[in-house]
Design a protein around this ligand. Sequence first.
Ligand SMILES: Nc1nc2c(ncn2[C@@H]2O[C@H](COP(=O)(O)OP(=O)(O)OP(=O)(O)O)[C@@H](O)[C@H]2O)c(=O)[nH]1
Ligand SMILES: [Mg+2]
Length: 285
Amino acid sequence: MSAQQIISVNTDGTYRLNSQLLQTILTREDVKNERVAIICAAGPARKGKSFLLNFFLRYFQHKRSADWLRVNLDEHLDGFNWTKGSEGVTTGIWLWSEPLKMSAQDGGQICVFLMDTQGINGNENLLALSTVLATVTLYNSRHGLKQNDIEIFHAATERGINAVENENPVQKLIFLIRDWGHAHAHSFGFEGGNEYLEAVRENHELNNTLGQHFTQLSSFLMPYPGDVISEDDFEGQVKLIEGEFVKSLDKLIPGVVNEIEVNTVLRTGQDVYKRFNDYFAALMQ
Ligand SMILES: Nc1nc2c(ncn2[C@@H]2O[C@H](COP(=O)(O)OP(=O)(O)OP(=O)(O)O)[C@@H](O)[C@H]2O)c(=O)[nH]1
Ligand SMILES: [Mg+2]
């Protein structure tokens, strides 16, 4: 079980799809005919995307139990590669190699896959690709929604939508605002986030168009995790993170996972594998 690089960057800056590896992950016996949901972290570089995905992993590793953040408080946060400092870490697109299994409402099974992406800085095609493939895109930005972020994301979404004809492939979008500093105006969580989103949408035309593309658009406001994140010996231990941030994780992550069937279309592993190849060919070649 590990994070696997599905799309890597060649020395000349072009992208390569590791189709065989993807096939191994998505068409293995217990996945190929099951419904697959992809939870994707996207957005600008160095915003804690990989760090956050590792908490999704932790949630499943603790079998989605209610005390998943109240036990093993010293445990290091592992999974997708995340680091301190200003150098970008994640390149291309990575998938967690194992399906994270959960029951569907009809009693069947859903295989959840976590998808980590390179910080978008100037990389619209990669963002477009992850957005069209994801069941839920968690678009990370810090402090608030910036016009520039929305414009880049909007352009990428349209590119993705137009890549393959006769289909609007995008599904759910959550604007995940990290280090939200105005909890007095809009409280942490989905409720405050959606109020904030409404306020932003009132004076932002692009944002409204985005809302028409996605099957569900929401926002979640997260607090700052605390100064510990820049300390040398911080390895993601829950006991060192600010309580308010931990509380937010406990709302966000079960919230996203438990609603994975709401406003989404879940395709089989086999179908997702084919779509990955088709969209890669349309967008990246
Ligand atoms: N300010 C702040 N820092 C965070 C947050 N979450 C994680 N970090 C820190 O951000 C740094 C980068 O974390 P990563 O998960 O590697 O960030 P990333 O977005 O995946 O970075 P790239 O892959 O390089 O784009 C680490 O030092 C984390 O501890 C957050 O909510 N706020
Ligand atoms: Mg990363």
